[in-house]
Design a protein around this ligand. Structure first.
Ligand code: SIN
Length: 326
């Protein structure tokens, strides 16, 4: 049997509330040991070791917890008697942690994240089944070299593209227009596609983890949005992601502030507040290329890539290439 380590960080999968109810609960309360004990036949999937790293609501995750998590994973995964890692996590920010790990884990061994939309005390809690499948996926030979994945509701998603699209249903995720990487039926794994973007061992960031992540903020554009927010954010951040309208667009007033703050060294990236599509570099809209296109990344994922990129270089041309490759 394969050796799988489950690293627990909290979330609704470890949440408790009134017995049977699906709402009004506290996330990050029970131990991963208790969750594992509630799963029939889980010991038949792999030899399982547990690490209770954190037990928090995922809205408490931040750059420091990401760095602690990736260092823990990199340390475990290089051990010969570890074949794969499962990370339990809250669903609210799982897409951010998954992309960070996808860029920073230094191994081709499977790393699979999972969580739950219903607390452990709910009728038909979804956590135990998701965790059962995540362990099985992490133990599967087909999951090697696929990048960091998220397993949720019988579906395998890529850490780069997964996004939360429903804040209520248990089938809460998709992978933009890219479908999914595959499906699972109980413990059986079926892959159908793969991501072509750099990840894990082929990511420059996995070879050289920063001790601290440069500060990057997100500015949300809307009709009539006050551009002075960009001066404010530029005073305390090295980079700013614009969650623009349509194809990462904004007003002339925002354009002027982006230009003046770019000249002071702040790096700007254009993502879109629209969940599907792609933001291209646009020589008509932004002829001097003050704003780098985020490609298909959401603003919150672009923020992670820009922060890692700024820990590596401040050369805009190089950062533009990074946004094309990752
Ligand atoms: C959280 O993200 O920790 C709370 C919500 C959830 O896990 O679904």
């Amino acid at each position: 049997m394969k050796n799988i380590v489950v690293v627990a960080t909290g979330g609704t999968i470890a949440g408790i509330g009134e017995k049977g109810k699906t709402v009004a609960y506290h996330a990050g309360e029970i131990s991963v040991d208790d969750i594992l004990k509630s799963i029939p036949n889980v010991a038949k999937l792999a030899n399982i070791r547990e690490v209770q790293l954190l037990n928090v609501d995922s809205n408490e995750m931040n750059e420091n917890s990401w760095l602690t998590l990736v260092k823990t994973i990199n340390c475990l995964i290089e051990q010969q008697n570890v074949d794969g890692i499962v990370v339990t996590h809250g669903t609210d920010t799982i897409e951010e942690t998954a992309y960070f790990l996808n860029l920073c884990v230094h191994s081709e061994k499977p790393v699979v994240m999972t969580g739950a939309m219903r607390p452990a005390t709910a009728t038909s809690a979804d956590g135990p089944y998701n965790l059962y499948q995540a362990i099985s996926l992490a133990a599967s030979a087909e999951a090697i070299a696929q990048g960091v994945m998220v397993l949720f509701s019988n579906t395998i998603y890529s850490g780069r593209d997964i996004q939360k699209v429903n804040n209520y249903k248990i089938d809460a995720f998709d992978q933009k227009s890219f479908g999914c990487l595959g499906y699972m039926q109980d413990e059986h794994v079926y892959f159908f596609s793969k991501t072509f973007k750099h990840h894990t061992l082929h990511s420059i960031f996995s070879k050289n983890l920063p001790n601290e992540l440069p500060k990057v903020a997100i500015a949300y554009f809307y009709a009539g949005a006050d551009a002075s927010i960009l001066d404010y954010l530029s005073s305390s951040n090295e980079g700013i992601i614009i969650a623009g309208s349509g194809n990462g667009n904004y007003s002339k007033e925002w354009m002027e502030k982006i230009e003046s703050n770019s000249k002071k060294g702040i790096v700007f990236v254009r993502a879109s507040r629209v969940p599907l599509g792609i933001v291209f570099n646009d020589h008509i809209f932004d002829p001097h290329e003050y704003c780098i296109a985020a490609n298909t990344l959401s603003a919150q994922k672009a923020r992670i890539l820009l922060s890692l990129a700024l820990s590596y270089t401040h050369d805009r041309k190089k950062i533009k290439e990074i946004f094309e490759e990752y």
